[in-house]
Structure formats: structure tokens, C-alpha cells
Design a protein around this ligand. Structure first.
Ligand code: ADP
Ligand code: ADP
Length: 235
């Protein structure tokens, strides 16, 4: 699904990624585990071209990821993001936030007017149902708790009907109980819908609990790769 070969990313004189080779299989829930500054964010940003790799090759379904406008449009349809700080629009309703996941799919004149076809509204509500927030659809998003906002973030990603979801520290701002709830929603949705997920985490407990496979990153390199059972305390 995603093939990464010899990926390097340099910021000035600083090498944030040093020769990353990684295959992500279709439908898997891959956790990228590592401390702050390891390069996890940079890895995700290179995959969806929010950052331009310095060198190396990234392919999705065998197609090289490129940065021309047409490739980026295709990439944005295939790949959805979930962020640590949710990136929801506070003053918009929950449903409107989720509908922004449909922006790539509707004619732009409709999205400027914030008019969405009935079909897209139905998709948004179905995604809200997956994170059990359908009863909050009409509320302003800034009235929700952090965990609920991240569930909106998940629903928005699902509304995009992506092949791949890249989640960058989705629970780093949440308490342990809420974190597990949020990761459960993400994992369950991805499993039911067959979406490939790459999820950055810095807590080993969650990596062990939710990762089907775990890649440990430190100092811009992969330092561990294995199943949750192979993960011991000192990654
Ligand atoms: P992580 O997500 O694991 O915390 P990041 O990928 O955000 O790690 O960052 C890896 C390293 O690259 C850090 O040392 C960070 O300061 C540096 N870095 C990230 N983005 C930039 C940037 N735009 N310019 C310069 N340095 C950056
Ligand atoms: P994270 O939550 O992934 O650790 P950061 O707070 O490190 O994120 O980075 C937030 C933003 O700032 C990102 O866009 C990252 O690329 C950029 N950034 C991080 N470190 C640096 C740096 N040393 N110089 C410039 N930009 C940076």
C-alpha cells in the first residue's frame, strides 16, 4: 500500500529522517512509536507531501508520490490526516466540520456556498455515527470536550473516504481513558472499512495495545520493527 525507500529529510543542516525504508500493508494499523523529535511527524508529512523529501522514493499502490498539482489532488483524495490538536473549526457545527472532509468530492462552487449534496450529508452523518456523535451533529464544535473534538477529527477523516489515514499523535493531548476510547474508534473504523492507518504515538502502552505492527523511530531512523508482543520497555 505504502512503500518507502531511502527516505531522507533535511532541514538546513539537520537530518530529520535518515534513510527510512518502510512498507505499510493494505488495511494494517501501523503504529510509529518514538519520542518527541524522533521524526514521526516529518515521516507522515513526507508521505502526504506536506513536506518535500530531500531524497528517496515513496509509492502508494505502486504509484510514485509526486508534488505536481494533479498528483497532490489525487493524494489528498486518498490520504486523510488526523492531528494532535484536532484542527477542527471551533465555530462551525460538528456536522459542518465533518463535511469539510467532503470538500474534495463536491463541486467547489457548492463548497464556497457551504451547500452540500444530500449524499454528502448522509456520508457525514454515517461517519459521525461511527464515532457515536450523531446526537451532537448540530452543536458548535467548541462546546465539545477534547476527546469529542478528536472523534470529530476521525469522522472528518472518514468522510473523505480515504484509503489511508495518517494520524499524528492523535491522543497526545488527551487523558489515558479518553485516549483509549479515541484509539478504539479509530481502530474499529479502520478495520470495518479496510482503511490503512499509520498512527504516530509516543506512549509504549498504547502502541502495544493498539498497534498490529510497531515501528520504533529514534533520531530519524527506524530502530525497531515488530509485533506488540516483541515490544519491551526500552524503545
Ligand atoms: P516528532 O513528530 O517525532 O516529534 P518531528 O518530525 O516533528 O518529530 O521533528 C523531527 C525533528 O525535525 C525535530 O528535531 C524538529 O525540531 C525538526 N523539525 C521538524 N520540522 C522542522 C522544520 N520545518 N524546520 C526545521 N526543523 C524541523
Ligand atoms: P510535533 O507536535 O509533531 O512535535 P512540533 O511542535 O515539533 O510538532 O512542530 C510544529 C510545526 O513546527 C511543524 O510544522 C514542524 O514542521 C515545525 N517545526 C518543528 N521544529 C521546527 C524547527 N526547529 N524549526 C522550524 N520549524 C519547526
Amino acid at each position: 500500500m505504502i512503500e518507502i525507500r531511502g527516505l531522507n529529510k533535511r532541514y538546513g543542516a539537520f537530518d530529520a529522517l535518515k534513510g527510512i525504508d518502510l512498507d505499510v500493508k493494505p488495511g494494517e494499523f501501523l503504529v510509529v512509536l518514538g519520542p518527541s523529535g524522533a521524526g514521526k511527524s516529518t515521516l507522515l508529512r513526507c508521505i502526504n507531501r506536506l513536506a518535500e523529501p530531500t531524497s528517496g522514493d515513496i509509492r502508494i499502490d505502486g504509484q510514485p508520490v509526486r508534488s505536481d498539482a494533479a498528483s497532490l489532488r489525487r493524494l489528498r483524495c486518498q490520504v486523510a490526516m488526523i492531528f494532535q490538536h484536532y484542527n477542527v473549526v471551533p465555530r462551525l457545527s460538528v456536522q459542518k466540520n465533518v463535511l469539510t472532509g467532503r470538500l474534495g468530492a463536491v463541486p467547489s462552487v457548492l463548497s464556497w456556498l457551504q451547500i452540500f449534496p444530500r449524499k454528502d450529508v448522509a456520508i457525514a452523518l454515517e461517519c459521525l455515527r461511527r464515532v457515536e456523535l450523531e446526537d451532537k451533529a448540530e452543536l458548535r464544535t467548541d462546546t465539545l470536550s477534547g476527546g469529542q473534538k478528536q472523534r470529530v477529527g476521525i469522522a472528518r477523516a472518514l468522510a473523505q473516504q480515504p484509503k489511508i489515514i495518517l494520524a499524528d499523535e492523535p491522543v497526545a493531548s488527551l487523558d489515558p481513558k479518553t485516549s483509549r476510547t479515541v484509539l478504539n474508534y479509530l481502530k474499529q473504523a479502520s478495520r470495518e472499512l479496510g482503511i490503512t492507518v499509520v498512527c504516530n504515538l509516543h506512549q509504549i502502552d498504547y502502541a502495544r495495545e493498539f498497534g498490529e505492527r510497531i515501528v520504533g523511530v529514534s533520531g530519524g531512523r527506524i530502530v525497531f520493527e515488530g509485533g506488540p508482543d516483541q515490544l519491551n520497555g526500552d524503545v
